[in-house]
Design a protein around this ligand. Structure first.
Ligand SMILES: [Zn+2]
Length: 239
């Protein structure tokens, strides 16, 4: 469980209880959250691949390499950032319904490779020519995805792989097109609660007081027991 973030408190005034759980910081450099994010992206790849294959669309695994003159991650990433919008426009002209999931990878030689699952339907020859025109490498690969499980195996290799210390701030480890299907939210009783994020001891103290005043039980979601106090590592101010 993530140790960095605060708590989530879900108020259920009718049942006179509030459900408490740890929030997730959702950062790749947090070991607990990295696993969670990885699992979630793999599931999302699976949902997308299943939908597009079922609809009879062409789904491909793609590897796009950077220009051979570039020697490190930062350079290859920099060129990719300006090359992708142009390559994207060219791909859209081939298939207006283009959907993609892109996973940048730090290759063994330190350069950035881009892996993608996409529905562009272009050939390897097309990708080689069109990538080159945008300043990318000449080695590009396109392989047809024949099954959902193959798509899952493919993305599992790259999602969450260590990118090293060179990764720029705010770097997105997975990028998806707007319409790539999301993971449906589970239908649970928790959906109906009024959720509040509690990020410090002072805010938690306010929760305790509200519970006491309104005779609300504070319940730990994980254990089902009454919630024990927790130190969120901040000073309690003004009490
Ligand atoms: Zn975390």
């Amino acid at each position: 469980m993530c140790q960095r973030a605060g708590l989530l408190v879900g108020w259920d005034y009718t049942a006179k209880r509030a459900m408490v759980t740890r929030a997730n910081c959702e950062q790749w450099n947090c070991p607990e959250c990295a696993q969670l994010l990885k699992d979630r992206w793999i599931l999302r790849a699976q949902i997308g691949a299943r939908r597009y294959l079922a609809a009879g669309e062409k789904v491909d695994f793609v590897t796009i390499t950077g220009h051979e003159k570039l020697t490190n991650f930062a350079q290859t990433h920099h060129v990719w950032q300006s090359a992708w919008p142009k390559l994207y426009n060219a791909l859209k002209r081939r298939n207006v319904a283009l959907q993609y999931m892109i996973i940048p990878e730090k290759h063994d030689d330190g350069r950035m490779h881009v892996h993608a699952l996409w529905t562009a339907g272009v050939t390897e020859r097309w990708l080689k020519d069109n990538s080159r025109k945008r300043g990318l490498g000449f080695m590009q690969e396109v392989d047809h995805v024949k099954s959902v499980i193959a798509a899952v195996r493919y993305v599992t290799k790259y999602i969450g792989k260590d990118l090293g210390a060179e990764v720029p701030k705010g770097f997105h480890r997975v990028r998806v097109s707007n319409k790539w299907p999301a993971i449906p939210a589970p239908e649970t009783v928790m959906n109906g609660l009024k959720w509040e994020y509690v990020n410090g001891n002072g805010a938690l103290e306010v929760v305790y007081r509200e519970c006491k005043a309104k005779n609300i039980d504070l319940i730990d979601i994980e254990t089902g027991e009454y919630f024990d106090d927790v130190d969120l590592g901040t000073e309690i101010g003004g009490l």
